[in-house]
Design a protein around this ligand. Structure first.
Ligand code: SAH
Ligand code: SF4
Length: 431
């Protein structure tokens, strides 16, 4: 979401005559787009700001701005502890950025605007996309679900959705620019509704945009996944068969205290419906350990669901207290050492399951969209399968943006290793 928001801001500044630089020391304006979801994300920003303070001490004309969720959440403390910050703009105030930068030329006081809007969806504001194969398209903003652990409803405000026309226009534009894949984005992407248009209708309309070979979406909320959505996914080849389905916890009492409006049984039944509709669909999830009052048996309920579902991957987090949220007021917080120990057990379990699931792909041929150079070797590409698995393989004569048939040879952890399939291998895989 923040990558997409940064592209939006970059587009806005480009059109106002600013130029992007990749060299920090060349920049006259440095904006940090921040996340407040967990304490660790905030610490990262504080550290970055401290480093920028040193840069600014050497060149006081640089303007430093804090954008996004931390700006909204921590404006007062930032003003106090980081006086060198020139502007603080919340997630709904980006349109004002060119004007604010102008204003800052003549007025040296810190500019703060963290008001949240009920309407701002940044329609008609085309992002400046980083080159690549995937275009992020933000379709809705905010969240009305108020999970008790989560700061998002406070930092990003009420839920609102863009018009289908502007989203389709943006998807067509991305296709014209050569993007092969689109990822629809929203805090609760499938809560999307605009007039009578619901998320499955929108997904179907995006699938009809010529030139888009792959469509993904993130993050959906389990309670908003319905049969219509599964039908639309199952009936379109260009909608990837991969769902990120945040579970958070396995025990019903914890789910209730989290204000997640499903039970363990609801979630497992949903997984069964997904697999019945699309047997090949991959699943990933988000899990929180050590939510206030979580007991050892309740943590084990999370492990049991993880084992039962067999997620392809999982993003695992220690519960992090977010001031202002309901769960921060709970008095029965879990000790840090217990959270750490549970996290490690959960990671171990998921590692084993990921490896087991990945091994089932060894020997198969997968269609891979070439996305970037592998981090480990300049002689290899990395790309993803429809099911969102990363595959690494020797470059040969294919290019970024190509779709290639890759034979999967091995897997050691999260990624798969393979080679570009010979025509014989590809033929046998299809037969
Ligand atoms: N809207 C999505 C999730 C968005 S936040 C959903 O409801 O499913 C991304 C993930 O961050 C969450 O799924 C959750 O696992 C994690 N998260 C959010 N707040 C957290 C907190 N206070 N501590 C630890 N993890 C948190
Ligand atoms: Fe946060 Fe997601 Fe819950 Fe909304 S639905 S409050 S974004 S975890």
């Amino acid at each position: 979401m923040n990558v997409a928001d940064s592209e939006l801001v970059a587009g806005l500044l480009e059109r106002s005559g600013y130029q992007r630089t990749h060299e920090l020391c060349d920049a006259q304006v440095i904006l940090l787009n921040t996340c407040a979801i967990r304490e660790k994300a905030e610490e990262t920003v504080h550290n970055r700001l401290d480093r920028l303070a040193a840069l600014k001490a050497g060149n006081p004309s640089i303007l430093i701005g804090v954008l996004g969720c931390m700006a909204k959440n921590l404006a007062d403390s930032l003003l106090e502890s980081k006086p060198y910050v020139d502007l603080i703009l919340g997630p709904d105030s980006y349109r004002r950025l060119p004007e604010v930068l102008q204003h800052r030329q003549t007025d040296p006081s810190t500019y703060v605007d963290t008001r949240l809007s009920r309407w701002e969806v940044y329609d008609q504001l085309l992002p400046y996309r980083q080159s690549g194969v995937n275009a992020w398209i933000s379709i809705m903003r905010g969240c009305d679900k108020f999970c008790t652990f989560c700061v998002v409803p406070f930092t990003r405000g009420r839920e609102r959705s863009r018009s289908i026309e502007s989203i389709i226009a943006e998807a067509e534009d991305a296709a014209r620019q050569g993007f092969r894949e689109i990822t629809l984005l929203g805090q609760n992407v499938n809560s999307y509704h605009n007039g009578d248009t619901r998320f499955p209708d929108l997904l179907q309309a995006v699938a009809a945009v010529p030139g888009i070979r792959r469509i993904r979406y993130t993050s959906p909320h389990p309670s908003d996944v319905n049969d219509h959505l599964l039908e639309v996914m199952a009936s379109h080849d260009n909608i990837c068969k991969s769902i990120h389905l945040p579970l958070q916890a396995g025990a019903d009492r914890i789910l209730k205290r989290m204000h997640r409006d499903y039970t363990q049984a609801d979630y497992c039944a949903l997984v069964d419906r997904i697999r019945a509709a699309m047997p090949e669909c991959t699943l990933s999830t988000d899990l929180i350990v050590g939510f206030p009052a979580e007991t050892e048996p309740e943590f084990q309920a999370t492990l049991e669901v993880v084992e039962r579902v067999g997620f392809d991957t999982a993003f695992t987090f220690k519960y992090s207290t977010r001031p202002g949220t309901k769960a921060a007021e709970y008095t029965d917080q879990v000790a840090e050492a217990v959270k750490q120990e549970r996290l490690e057990r959960l990671i171990q379990l998921q590692k084993r399951i990921t490896l087991e699931r990945n091994r089932t792909h060894v020997g198969s041929v997968a269609e891979v969209l070439v996305e970037k150079e592998s981090k480990k070797s300049t002689a290899q590409w990395a790309g993803r399968t429809d099911g969102n698995h990363w595959v690494v393989f020797d470059k040969q004569n294919v290019h970024i943006g190509d779709f290639v048939a890759v034979r999967i040879d091995s897997t050691h952890g999260i990624a798969l290793q393979g080679h570009i399939a010979t025509s014989e291998e590809a033929y046998h895989a299809l037969a």
